[in-house]
Design a protein around this ligand. Structure first.
Ligand code: PLP
Length: 504
């Protein structure tokens, strides 16, 4: 294909998707390049002066370009000057690509987005319905805002020890049980690639008059191919969060917060909270990587994603041929999952008789590094650009790791702990529990007390215990079993869980 026919095809694709021709540009990145090429005398931060003052080892490792592009806010022709500035235009193009009315670029991950959402939607004294297996940053956001959660339990697969999604019926029941809530926050896709019936949840939220937030941190690539789920905003959600660095090619820690078109009051509330949660020196590199990731998704996302989905499909086929391994999205028989993210492969290894921890360690020894393991499964995040040859290499390594057999005692599987979390409202708000007076008690004495800390296995960062929640023997047993399976307990004042921090 010549450049010209390629461009004609691209413009007609943009046209049919009703996107502007400007989508082929990355205006903010281009403005940074322009500034760097002019090579001005820099008398501003960052104080490495465009690289001259940076450590030579750093310059050698990352090259001179990133340092030249590392600039502060408020530069003429970049994010200052006649509106829309290149920066404003970059956020506008992202909003258009995701079906939003307004998009904010984030430089502290989707975590920052959840903090902003909580400040905007869950002020002190209010309640918000939240999916119990949402990311810990939601509950941290509630510590900041003073709002209280009313937890809606997702489905739970007891055998696998994996929480699933919230269905429209579960959401309706929670909203009816908590009529004071004016907003609901759900997660889709989940950490395990499970996609919820977002359109159904949108209908429920509309029926009950609440704002629906979809944490689509893991779905920044959704909507960029017809065989992928649609973006939450195009399905009618009011607010969505995409952790662009996870699957959509931007740099670590960069993400986007989107609000639906026409929601002026939400836009105002989110904008005010954004100012509070934003550094006055956001990294221009992270911002530019968001601009470029959006450009790439629009311009060649369909091809890029198609290639990687095909490679991931072949990897699934190969994994299924390894004795004792099952691929969750192919073996799943539950009914609440509406679709699966093809870029997430969850391998249920129970049939091998070897623990997921041991198989993960064996893969790492072969320099194949999975995202995470649970007690039963290994989670693979499929990166953009995974080649068919690399996919074959992963399958070979997994086959060899399993072929080593159960071996030593620690390679044996341990039993899976049941669902640890309770739904509904905790006795006191996360803020009261986190900021109030505390004491440290021995684990055995903690049962029945109110937790002053959020404790999650990390990744995926889904809390088993929340600040303000009553500590149950089941929650402690669950955390201990995760710890025994080799997972890190994030947020625990004592990572060995011999003691816990409780409210006085
Ligand atoms: C559902 C969900 N939301 C938000 C986050 C936070 O994302 P980030 O790491 O970009 O801050 C995560 C992280 O894994 C997540 O899984």
């Amino acid at each position: 294909m010549t450049v010209e026919t390629g461009l004609t095809a691209l413009f007609s694709a943009l046209d049919s998707a009703r996107l502007s021709a400007d989508q082929i540009d990355a205006p903010y990145l281009s403005a940074l390049i322009g500034y760097s090429d002019r090579n001005p005398q820099r008398l501003h931060v960052p104080g490495h002066g465009g690289g001259a003052g940076a450590d030579p080892i750093l310059v050698g490792a990352i090259g001179p370009s990133p340092l030249r592009l590392d600039v502060p806010q408020d530069l003429d022709g970049v994010d200052l000057g006649p509106s829309p500035t290149p920066y404003e235009r970059a956020e506008e193009l992202a909003a258009e690509a995701y079906g939003a009315g307004r998009t904010w670029f984030l430089t502290n991950g989707a975590s920052q987005g959840n903090h902003v959402i909580c400040l905007a939607l869950a002020p002190s004294g209010t309640r918000v319905v939240v999916q119990r297996n949402c990311h810990g940053s939601v509950f941290d956001g509630l510590v900041l805002s003073g709002g209280s959660p009313y937890s809606v339990l997702p489905g739970y697969d007891d055998a696998l020890g994996i929480a699933t999604v919230v269905t429209p019926d579960r959401l309706r029941a929670a909203l009816r049980a908590c009529p004071a809530a004016r907003a609901a926050m759900i997660v889709s896709p989940t950490y395990f690639g499970m996609v919820a019936d977002v359109a159904g949840c949108v209908e429920v939220a509309a029926e009950l008059g609440v704002t629906l937030v979809v944490d689509c941190a893991w779905g920044a690539h959704f909507g960029f191919r017809t065989d992928l789920p649609q973006t939450p905003l195009r399905l009618g959600a009011d607010i969505a969060l995409t952790s662009t660095h996870k699957h959509a090619g931007s740099m670590g820690q960069s993400a986007m917060l989107h609000v639906a078109p026409g929601r002026e009051e939400l836009r105002g509330a989110l904008g005010r909270s954004m100012r509070l949660m934003r550094s006055t020196s956001p990294s221009s590199l992270l911002l530019a990587s968001l601009d470029a990731a959006r450009r790439q998704l629009v311009v060649r996302g369909s091809q890029l994603l198609g290639d990687v989905i095909a490679a991931a499909g072949r990897l699934r086929d190969r994994i299924e041929q390894i004795p004792g391994c099952e691929v969750l999205d192919r073996s799943w028989s539950g009914s609440d999952v509406a679709a699966w993210d093809p870029l997430r492969i969850v391998v249920d290894v129970r049939g091998t008789g070897i623990s997921a921890e041991a198989i993960t360690a064996r893969l790492r020894r072969r320099d194949v590094v999975p995202e995470f393991h649970t007690q039963t499964s290994i989670v693979l995040v499929i990166p953009l650009g995974l080649t068919p040859a690399a996919a074959e290499g992963v399958a070979d390594a997994l086959g060899a790791a399993v072929a080593e057999g159960p071996g030593r005692v620690e390679a044996k599987q341990s039993p899976v702990a049941g669902i640890p979390a309770t739904g509904g409202a905790p006795p006191i708000s996360p803020r009261e529990a986190f900021l109030g007076t505390h004491e440290v008690v021995a684990r055995e004495a903690a049962v029945g007390r109110l937790s002053a800390e959020a404790i999650s296995a990390y990744p995926p960062g889904i809390p088993t215990l929340l600040p303000g929640e009553k500590i149950t023997a089941e929650a402690l047993e669950h955390l201990l079993s995760l710890h025994a399976a080799g997972l890190r307990l994030h947020g625990a004042s004592d990572p060995e869980l011999r003691t816990l921090l409780v409210t006085r």
